[in-house]
Design a protein around this ligand. Structure first.
Ligand code: NAP
Length: 419
């Protein structure tokens, strides 16, 4: 969509120090800004860059959200109150600084049906994002806002005294790619917890969010905040209101583009062949975890089982599952026994929608499968079914051609991937 056809040769983009994993260009393109670029700057270059007369609109990220404030002639009341600027627009009287992260954070909480009014809010981290979360929680009537900081009065060593926290917010990089698995705290230790928010959007679901999901606590990762703050920034860049349905459209689009399709199921149920068919339909890369194990071990799966045993195979499988699940936007086909190791759930779920392929047991293909060749498949299916049920987001019948099963998966995926 081209909303803003004429950019007037002006500079639009994101400034920060490391922008390798940024989704901002993609989001602003969808908002209609084809001029939006990434500008990786060292702090010495900040002053010169911000003196450019051709600045149309900028977003600001780590570590410059506070540093840019001194270059702004005018600060919005919100930016001033929060003490952090993430959006800059050049006007006749100089640079104007705004904070659209606050809007994005409010949008994320509201979308997840999480309310702050009258509740004790515990925020992990004391950086720029924490300042935004603190300001919003207070403005919306939180009864108490506690900031947990590594070196503060409230820290990870004495967290026990805030076990009555009702809303938990991660505003640290703990759990962010490539450190998935790290977690500031376990929501299960907070008996009155009614909401969990994580500002991290890569992975889609951090361990913090997965734990909340498992407890049935309303929760959200940071992608909706990211898209909403970008929409609010684009409104300031061009002085044109953009409807919320655009936020939702872009959120669904980016969610889909950056999510994995994960296929699991009984040995021989057609996971690989359906995965390949899906690769053809979607143009997505297909990663086969078993093939990765064979490539890394330098021997076949039968040889690994025979020479090293199942335990070693499961260790290799977990290693390759973690690697496959860390990146989004792909199709991941797994071995049938991947569900036997619960440690594989988070790596597959963090960026993925997990499909359980089901096929009539009489039709399962047993060739070259060390664990199913001589096994009682009905018994194996009974044992594994609760595990597949735990892992899966959806069930797909593979009772026709692989293309039909692939098509069913793709339709479901397109309808259901949104942060
Ligand atoms: P920041 O200014 O670097 O602050 C992060 C804070 O986290 C630090 O002040 C520190 O607080 C704590 N921290 C840093 N490293 C840590 C570690 N290894 N273990 C525990 N705590 C650590 O970053 P920020 O701008 O506030 O951003 C924080 C997170 O929010 C990042 O992951 C960022 O990507 C995300 N974010 C997302 C959005 C969005 O739109 N979704 C917007 C803004 C930020 P203490 O020293 O007090 O412990």
């Amino acid at each position: 969509m081209q909303r803003f056809k004429y950019m007037g040769g002006k500079v639009y983009g994101l400034i920060g120090r490391t922008l390798k994993h940024s989704y901002s260009v993609r989001i602003h393109q969808e908002l209609g800004n084809s001029a939006y670029r990434l500008f990786e700057l060292e702090s010495e270059a900040l002053s010169e860059f911000l003196s450019r007369e051709d600045i149309g609109g900028l977003n600001v990220t780590i570590p410059y959200k506070r540093d840019v404030m001194r270059f702004c002639a005018v600060l919005s009341p919100e930016a001033q109150a929060i003490g952090s600027v993430n959006t800059i627009v050049r006007k006749a009287d100089g640079l104007h600084g705004y904070n659209t992260d606050a809007y994005g954070f409010k949008y994320m909480a509201q979308r997840a049906h999480i309310e702050f009014a009258g509740r004790k809010v515990v925020i992990f981290g004391s950086g720029g994002a924490s300042l935004t979360a603190q300001a919003v929680a207070k403005a919306q009537g939180a009864s108490e806002v506690v900031v947990v900081s590594r070196n503060g009065t409230d820290n990870y060593g004495n967290l026990r005294r805030h076990r009555d926290g009702e809303i938990l917010i991660n505003a640290t990089p703990m759990g962010m790619h490539p450190h998935a698995g790290e977690c500031v705290a376990d929501p299960k230790d907070f008996g009155r917890c009614k909401g969990v928010l994580d500002l991290i959007y890569n992975p889609h679901r951090t361990t913090f969010i997965i734990r909340a999901e498992q407890l049935g606590i309303p929760c959200s990762g940071g992608l909706s905040m990211l898209v909403a703050q970008a929409k609010a920034a684009a409104e300031l860049f061009f002085g044109t209101p953009i409807p919320d349905c655009e936020t939702e459209r872009i959120l669904a689009l980016i969610g889909r583009e950056t999510s994995n399709i994960v296929i699991t199921g009984m040995p021989g149920s057609g996971k690989s062949i359906v995965g390949k068919a899906l690769g053809k339909i979607t143009g997505r890369e297909v990663v086969d975890v078993d093939a990765e194990i064979v490539r890394c071990a330098g021997k076949s799966i039968e040889e690994i089982f025979r020479e090293d045993g199942e335990e070693e195979f499961r260790r290799l499988e977990h290693e390759q599952t973690a690697l496959a699940g860390a990146r989004g936007g792909r199709i991941i086909t797994t071995g049938g026994g991947v569900v036997k190791d619960m440690r594989n759930y988070a790596p597959l779920h963090q960026n993925g929608r997990i499909y359980h392929i089901v096929r009539d047991l009489k039709l399962l293909d047993r060739a070259g499968r060390p664990l199913s060749a001589g096994a009682d498949l009905a018994q194996m299916n009974r044992e594994r079914l609760p595990l597949y049920e735990y892992f899966r987001d959806a069930v797909i019948e593979n009772d026709g051609t692989p293309e039909e099963a692939a098509d069913r998966i793709w339709r479901d995926f397109c309808e259901n991937t949104c942060d």
